[in-house]
Design a protein around this ligand. Structure first.
Ligand code: SME
Length: 154
């Protein structure tokens, strides 16, 4: 199971790498983010919301995404995305209802994974994915998404 999932992330990563090195060479970060979320969201059936939030140093502001309309600016001082910013590490939440401070942009969301996006060593954004079933994500998702998030500024 985990191997099959890892293989899917590897294929998506390869496809994006080829895209960004090929005809889409020279894309800026926003265009890369848009391409990444489009591909992930449509290839991964368990993703109900897939998108980026940019870290301004004070706020998390929504970037390119796919799925239902989301919070444009996340409430300060709480949330899964902020946990990722503060820790600098991937965060996997099996049950968002049990995560104190979780920000519910979509009431149907039940589990979530957030990974950092870095540029020149600094965390500049996060890649956030929601699912409508509990415990939809594992470390395989976090690792696959981190490798793909590295392509934004790669
Ligand atoms: N749940 C996130 C907010 C973003 S939405 O999931 C799209 C959080 O707690 O930071």
């Amino acid at each position: 199971m985990a191997d099959a999932l890892a293989g899917r992330y590897e294929r998506i990563q390869r496809q994006l790498t080829e895209l960004f090195a090929g005809y889409a060479r020279g894309l800026d970060a926003t265009a890369r983010m848009a391409s990444i979320v489009a591909l992930l969201h449509h290839k991964m059936p368990h993703f109900s919301w897939t998108g980026f939030y940019r870290w301004t140093g004070e706020d998390l502001v929504v970037g390119p995404y796919q799925g239902p309309l989301a919070c444009a600016v996340l409430a300060r001082g709480r949330g899964v995305c902020l946990r990722c910013v503060e820790s600098g590490r991937a965060v996997v939440v099996d049950d968002v209802h049990a995560f104190e401070g979780h920000i519910a942009c979509d009431a149907r969301s039940r589990s979530e994974v957030v990974v950092p996006v870095r540029h020149e060593g600094r965390l500049v954004a996060v890649l956030d994915v929601d699912a409508t079933r509990p415990a939809a994500f594992t470390s395989t998702d976090a690792e696959g998404l981190e490798a793909i998030a590295a392509l934004v500024h790669g």
